[in-house]
Design a protein around this ligand. Structure first.
Ligand SMILES: [Zn+2]
Length: 116
């Protein structure tokens, strides 16, 4: 994916996070529509279950308005017992999830969301 320049992105032209956006692409996999946002699994599942919650109602440009990334921690994750972000991204082993892997995780998340 080639992004437009920051000058174009700032007002929202070509913004990959603004709706409408594809349910599935090389970066995300749709899990569930929430009340004002949409939950996606990230394709990078180096930390299993990593998701992004993207605000749907408007284009935002301030950090506090941007999507939140939720990273659950497991004993099997490559940085268990340590903060995720203290090393450079290149030092972490990268695990990309295919559609089948994303769908298995998405089903588990949907079942949990529906039970809450
Ligand atoms: Zn946007």
């Amino acid at each position: 994916m080639t992004l437009p320049s920051w000058i174009d992105l700032r007002p929202g032209h070509g913004c990959p996070l603004c709706a409408p956006r594809p349910a599935v692409d090389e970066h995300r996999y749709f899990v569930s529509k929430l009340s004002v946002s949409t939950l996606y699994l990230t394709r990078d599942q180096s930390c299993r279950g990593t998701c992004a919650v993207v605000y749907d109602s408007a284009h935002v440009t301030r950090p506090r308005e941007l999507s939140e990334v939720v990273i659950p921690r497991y004993r099997s994750d490559p940085r268990w017992g340590h903060p995720v972000w203290t090393t450079s991204r290149d030092e972490l082993p990268k695990t990309l999830a295919d559609d089948a892997g994303c769908e298995r995780l998405a089903l588990a998340l949907r079942e949990h969301i529906e039970s809450v």
